[in-house]
Design a protein around this ligand. Structure first.
Ligand SMILES: NC(=O)c1ccc[n+]([C@@H]2O[C@H](COP(=O)([O-])OP(=O)(O)OC[C@H]3O[C@@H](n4cnc5c(N)ncnc54)[C@H](OP(=O)(O)O)[C@@H]3O)[C@@H](O)[C@H]2O)c1
Length: 230
């Protein structure tokens, strides 16, 4: 087991979308480092078995009732780090296939979900030692750096909206809010042609999260620690 504890203490990390992809790897790595992980997904019965302190919890980040039920279930639990990781790609066909339902579902899960998580878990975070919210965003949501030749209107708009939500939360509340770009990662979402193994992305994101200090509040960073323009 690779120990990398915060001042020798295990942290409590809540990860959304923990059953596959980047969320699963973050869960695995934090648990392997000796931290307690509240690993959330839509169907905990199907969750993989992991070593270490991993507690699977039911959470659909597209449903406010599901978020509120989890916050109530964990009412006595301080949370050091909330990782808003769950997301969907949405339609990729450009204006030709743009649909109201797909667009709004994508914003509901990728933007409103993280905001409702912060609303519900602010008391838990305020009782934690680190008080960090890591919103897994994407360079695809950067107006300054993100434009590319694809048809991802819903996804890009959802991540751009998550970015301004992160900056606004950082302005309003005394926690540490980060918008993080994980790189182009080999997961179901990133696809097999992606250039970054999920292990490397998660290691980089953990390093950025673990080093976060109040001076980093409201910053948009890549997994390698570099700043990204909004
Ligand atoms: N992969 C990349 O190249 C890349 C690049 C930039 C940013 N990102 C961001 O990185 C994060 C992780 O992406 P990934 O590549 O690991 O994606 P992924 O492999 O597609 O996994 C997505 C995860 O989100 C969960 N999820 C989706 N909708 C949910 C909902 N309503 N409630 C709860 N969980 C939900 C999925 O659960 P189910 O199994 O239940 O669907 C799954 O666990 C996302 O925020 C993504 O936007 C990824």
């Amino acid at each position: 087991m690779t120990r990398n504890l915060e001042n020798g203490h295990p942290m409590t990390i809540l990860v959304t979308g923990a059953n596959r992809g980047l969320g699963l790897e973050l869960t695995r790595q934090y648990a392997d480092a000796g931290h307690r992980v509240l690993a959330c997904n839509r169907r905990p019965a199907d969750a993989p078995a992991l070593a270490g302190s991993v507690t699977w919890k039911t959470l659909d980040t597209g449903e406010a009732e599901s978020i509120e039920a989890l916050a109530t279930d964990l009412a006595a639990q301080p949370v050091d780090v909330l990782i808003n990781n769950a997301a969907r790609r949405g339609d990729t066909g450009g204006l030709d296939t743009l649909s109201t339902d797909d667009f709004l579902t994508t914003l509901r899960i990728n933007t409103l979900g993280p905001l409702l998580m912060v609303k519900a878990f602010r008391p838990h975070l305020e009782r934690g030692r680190r008080r960090i919210v890591a919103n897994i965003s994407s360079r695809a949501g950067s107006v300054a750096e993100g434009l590319d030749a694809d048809g991802d209107y819903a996804y890009r708009c959802s991540k751009a909206a998550l970015n301004i939500a992160t900056a606004k939360l950082a302005f309003d509340y005394r926690l540490i809010f980060l918008a993080l770009h994980p790189g182009w990662v080999k997961t179901d979402m990133g696809g097999p042609q992606a250039d970054l193994p999920v292990t490397e992305s998660a290691q980089g994101l953990r390093a950025v999260i673990d080093a976060a200090a109040p001076g980093n509040n409201g910053s948009f960073r890549s997994f390698d620690g570099s700043r990204i323009g909004w």
